[in-house]
Design a protein around this ligand. Structure first.
Ligand SMILES: [Zn+2]
Length: 105
């Protein structure tokens, strides 16, 4: 006779990710992934599938400011952003505000 202990399988596992700026935890698809491409370049990974070390930020301009200007993103990705790269990402972050509050192109 065996005693079978079955783990409950009804709970579906949803990958949780943490925003490096505000530490909010949320489902992967609600956060924006940034990935360190070989070398020093960090890019926004819109598909979430690029190979490389990744970190997550909320789709909120405030988190991008904190993450990029406070060096938290660099710390999370174990890299140093170039000035150009940082500005490029800050620009992306500030564009998020327009998506939410302003549909104007
Ligand atoms: Zn955040």
């Amino acid at each position: 006779m065996e005693s079978i202990s079955q783990a409950p399988v009804s709970v579906k596992h949803i990958p949780q990710r943490t925003c490096v700026a505000c530490r909010r935890v949320g489902p992967k698809r609600e956060l924006i992934r940034l990935v360190r491409i070989s070398g020093r370049s960090v890019e926004v990974d819109t598909g979430g599938k690029r190979i490389g070390r990744g970190a997550y930020l909320c789709p909120a301009p405030g988190c991008w400011q904190i993450g990029l200007k406070g060096g938290r993103l660099e710390h999370a990705l174990r890299t140093t952003l170039t000035q150009d790269n940082r500005e490029q990402l800050i620009r992306y972050g500030s564009g998020l505000k327009e998506l939410i509050s302003d549909q104007d192109k």
